[in-house]
Design a protein around this ligand. Sequence first.
Ligand code: TRP
Length: 365
Amino acid sequence: MTPTTPTAPATADASLTAARARSDLLAATIDDPGAPGRAGLRVLTGDRPTGDLHIGHYLASLRSRVTLQDKGIETYVIVADYQVITDRDAIDSVRRDVLSVVTDYLAAGIDPRRSTVFAHSALPELNQLMLPFLSLVTDAELRRNPTVKDELLASDRPLSGLLLTYPVHQAADILGVHGTVVPIGADNLPHVEQARVVARRFNRRYAAGQEVFTEPTALLTDVPLLAGLDGRKMSKSRGNTIPLRASADETAALVRGARTDSERLITFEPERRPEVANLLRIAAGFLDRPAESLAEEIGDGGAAALKRVVTDAINDGLRDHRRRRAELVADPAYVLGVLREGNARARSVATSTLATVRAAMGMAY
Ligand code: TRP
């Protein structure tokens, strides 16, 4: 390495800046009905079904997916069931969790006539794409992926081949259905960056420069990352959040148990008072107003008043979602039918992608 080589953090900053610029440009295209290329955009995003979706998913991703769909952008949503076993052994609740996730998609307003919801495991073509894609990445690239490193540390297990190759199977999710718009939080950005590299290298190495794959673009959410009610990372498995399926009373009890501090005057100071700031952000997200003004309004009402505001904001904000959710839970055959139809639609796209890949590689016999 020469002394002029940028240090790792500088490189990461530069690529984050570039990704943000691409994301802003894409957002502008999406918002301009006459923009060239807009009609060809296809959203691919999804979730790892490790449990019930919660208010963090609702505020950071579910709402914006529905908005994209309603703006007329073709939308594919993957329930990445194989990703469940990247960092844990337990698979016994996967079927229940997949159906719970699909139920929340539908309750949030994902419309199966316009959007395609599918399970990774229903598309064997995605797994077959893994092999040529694996040939396009190096061991060093995989090992320095910061998200893989974080998940490894959090998992308390040795690094499995599946966790190491996380960015490659995610590239197959995206490229297998020709997703070009990938709405994600910054934590998934390294995977989308890797998918861009895979697309570029595939075209160059195996397709003589022909554009078999379009480099996907991350659409970065501007919703701040919410912490859990205990101040740690919000996570389905830590039980420190509010699942969308919780009732109004369960929500109130969970908020009551949230960690705060003993200062009576409520202020929005994320550095000094992270727990209070986090609760304010949750309420602000559901009320669609700035956390600062909410804090001012609560004033010296203390933690009790803050928690009342948060509980009401969540329960009012989720009222329609929960009503639709209850109707869907009463009709499991419908939910399963939506998934099966989505699986078939996504599979026909992935089948044709794989056929193109095999033809490009001279493997069509
Ligand atoms: N890894 C994503 C998560 O943990 C879920 C996911 C799987 C995904 N495949 C994807 C997201 C493709 C975007 C694009 O939330």
